[in-house]
Design a protein around this ligand. Structure first.
Ligand code: CA
Length: 229
């Protein structure tokens, strides 16, 4: 099921959007401000984010820009919601962050039509697929399928899974994983690796695949299909 994050501080609008998107078959996550939106995205990469322009903590446009700047989130479709009065002055700004915008008040049908169109553009273009047993990863759209069903991972878990699949059977120390998956641009403690490995395993566990990520005592972690077809 495709997942849409709705970032909107007005509860009535947020609930209304949630209602119609759920009815249209999407899985909806709500966030009332930029901070909680970032937390949500950190846990799970959505397929698309709807962002209200005016949010209580930061501007919605700043959120859109930061998503488009980050390698891990830049392929997520972004639609801005804006009030009529803001439209003319600010359209230029949309170009730097958003893929599309919808002006309030909008009809639910219009919103859903825009979402469908954007998902078509962001989901299926130039896919590059990596396969390992029951798991396939679309590197471009950052979608993971297990048994042909989409499974959502956080951006770090996605990168870890990709790294492990590319290097099937190799053992990596925590410090190697930090270098190769996180990059050394930010200081992260080695136990952070364990936290993300645990999350990755628990997502895989639902499909009986947690054994794919093996702890190698004294060395680190390995992804291996040994004992699995
Ligand atoms: Ca608002």
């Amino acid at each position: 099921m495709q997942e849409i994050l709705v970032v909107e501080d007005e509860k009535a609008i947020r609930s209304m959007i949630n209602f119609s998107l759920s009815r249209a078959g999407y899985s909806v996550i709500e966030a009332p401000d930029v901070k909680s939106a970032k937390n949500q995205i950190d846990k799970k990469i959505p397929d698309l984010v709807l962002i209200d322009w005016m949010l209580p903590d930061e501007s919605g446009l700043e959120l859109a820009k930061s998503l488009k700047k980050d390698e891990l989130t830049k392929n997520i479709g972004v639609i801005m919601l804006t009030a009529k009065a803001e439209e003319r002055d600010k359209i230029a700004g949309f170009n730097s962050g958003a893929d599309d915008y919808v002006t309030k008040p909008f009809s639910q049908n219009e919103l859903i039509a825009r979402i469908k169109a954007l998902l078509r553009r962001t989901s299926y273009v130039d896919s590059e697929v990596l396969k390992s047993g029951r798991i396939s990863i679309d590197l471009r759209s950052m979608r993971v399928l297990i048994d042909d069903k989409e499974v959502h991972f956080g951006p770090k878990e996605f990168k870890l899974l990709e790294h492990f699949i590319v290097n099937d059977g190799r053992v990596f120390s925590r410090s190697q994983l930090l270098d190769q998956v996180w990059g050394r641009s930010v200081y992260v403690e080695e136990r952070t690796v364990d936290v993300h490995i645990r999350r990755l395993r628990s997502s895989l566990e639902q499909y009986g695949l947690s054994e794919l990520i093996q702890t190698v005592r004294g060395s680190g972690y390995r992804f291996s299909h040994t004992g699995d077809d």
